[in-house]
Design a binder for this molecule. Structure first.
Ligand SMILES: *[C@@H]1O[C@H](CO)[C@@H](O)[C@H](O)[C@H]1NC(C)=O
Ligand SMILES: *[C@@H]1O[C@H](CO)[C@@H](O)[C@H](O)[C@H]1NC(C)=O
Ligand SMILES: *[C@@H]1O[C@H](CO)[C@@H](O)[C@H](O)[C@H]1NC(C)=O
Length: 420
């Protein structure tokens, strides 16, 4: 699990600003504003042993700068003063609270238990700097904006790793943003990149780390690119990067549409029925080939894949009611395109139907092989439907040459709970 799948903390800072009381109209005498207490710089916050022991609830009016054991002349009663509202330097007015103390609390929370995301934009590059627990990781994202996108007419966006065919998307009015996933987390046991600069030593897989990259990119876009509408967001990638895009969609409800392409096992290829397309990607060979994609817990199911309490359809269903379009090529037997189409998709759709969201899951069966760029054309009508409200021009329940669903693989289909 990624350490942070929550809304970017950067949002909290603007929230703070919006809570500032508006100056009332008319002639009001504004008293001189006292300076705010100094806030420590990142990673220089006091450690537990530099803070007074407080056995009662800390005084919310006391800035951190005055919450130190050596303040107030080394008084032996200092800790007692801190706890009972007698310390020096306390906030005195609502104006000071909003201007000084509330932002300080937010910064302090970020330092002690949340992540901070700082983003700066330079043309079509967005530089992203994430700090947590005193450690910082940096990477950047590249923007391609459709013509006509502006802050008054923001475009939806597809964030991708590994590249896609941008042109038809840009023509449709959809922005494309990419980031170098290897700069977020290496596709290897080396565990290098921005994510590991912060979370080194944790048992987390590269798929979750890449998902984190998508989320922090979205934080940064929201903060610095007003030509993009952060409420209409697709995520995509192919093969191992499709597994990562799927994880990104699962772990962040801000993502409107998840678009895994040729994603295979640990994506939307099933652990069960793995040989249905003639080749055989399995939990076993995927864990042996690239153990770093997932955490060690999944490894404990090697040779016990049929004991897993879920499969790819369960993962897909967990996205509902948010939109999902699954792309697979008939010339891609290794990622088990057929079983994804005839088992995973219809089984997940039963849950989407149960939730009244049956139109939010789509299956694109196309010709062509693994990661063929034609997959992006194949899903585009659905992407336009979800992100632009366009009328759907293609049938995404049609399984093409694969024919019909194989319902014997999900025998509970006859017993889907009914609401009436
Ligand atoms: C974007 O930022 C605003 C203001 O900080 C915040 O309220 C909103 O939730 C953010 N949206 C997304 C999609 O992150
Ligand atoms: C603070 O008090 C402690 C204990 O009384 C003493 O050892 C120390 O020297 C004092 N520090 C200062 C700066 O006066
Ligand atoms: C879509 O395709 C499915 C499967 O071939 C078919 O049952 C259904 O009627 C089609 N829907 C439309 C609207 O054509």
């Amino acid at each position: 699990m990624a350490p942070s799948s929550t809304t970017g903390v950067s949002g909290l800072l603007s929230l703070t600003l919006s809570l500032l009381p508006l100056a009332s109209a008319g002639a009001v005498c504004i008293p001189r504003q006292p300076a705010c207490a100094t806030v420590p710089s990142a990673a220089k916050y006091p450690t537990w042993s530099q803070l007074p022991l407080q056995t009662t609830m800390p005084d919310p009016f006391l800035p951190l700068a005055y919450t130190t054991t050596d303040n107030a002349g080394n008084s032996t009663t200092f800790a007692q003063d801190v706890m009972t509202g007698k310390a020096k330097g306390r906030i005195q007015t609502p104006e000071e609270w909003y201007r000084c103390r509330q932002p300080e609390i937010i910064q302090m929370l970020q330092e002690y238990h949340l992540e901070t995301v700082k983003a700066t934009r330079s043309g079509n590059t967005v530089n992203i700097e994430v700090t947590a627990g005193g450690k910082t990781g940096k990477f950047s994202a590249t923007l391609a904006l459709p013509s006509g996108a502006s802050s008054s007419k923001p475009a939806p966006v597809v964030i991708n790793i590994g590249g896609m065919n941008n042109a038809p998307y840009l023509q449709a009015g959809i922005a494309i943003v990419g980031f170098d996933y290897t700069r977020v987390a290496s596709d290897s046991n080396a565990r290098t990149g921005a994510f590991w600069d912060i979370y080194k030593g944790r048992d987390i897989g590269a798929l979750a780390a890449w998902a984190w990259g998508f989320h922090r990119t979205l934080d940064a876009l929201n903060a610095t690119v007003p030509e993009i509408d952060s409420k209409r967001v697709g995520v995509t990638g192919c093969s191992r990067l499709g597994k990562g895009a799927l994880a990104a969609g699962l772990l962040d409800k801000r993502i409107t549409l998840t678009m895994p392409m040729s994603s295979g096992v640990q994506g939307l290829g099933p652990y069960r029925y793995h040989a249905m397309s003639g080749q055989d990607e399995t939990l076993e060979n995927s864990k042996a080939g690239a153990p770093w994609w997932s955490d060690n817990t999944l490894g404990t199911f090697v040779n016990h894949a049929e004991n897993l309490p879920y499969d790819a359809h369960t993962i897909a269903a967990a996205l509902a009611p948010r939109a999902l379009v699954i792309d697979q090529g008939t010339g891609d037997p290794f990622t088990n395109s057929k079983a994804t189409a005839v088992i995973v998709f219809p089984a997940a759709k039963l849950v989407y139907d149960f939730l009244g969201a049956g139109d939010k899951i789509a299956m694109s069966v196309r010709t062509g092989g693994h990661c063929d760029m034609s997959g992006f054309d194949s899903v585009l009508p659905y992407v336009k439907h979800i992100l632009l409200g366009a009328t759907l021009t293609k049938n995404y329940t049609d399984l093409g040459s694969y024919g019909s669903p194989i319902a014997s693989a999900y025998p509970w289909a006859t017993a889907v709970p009914k609401l009436y």
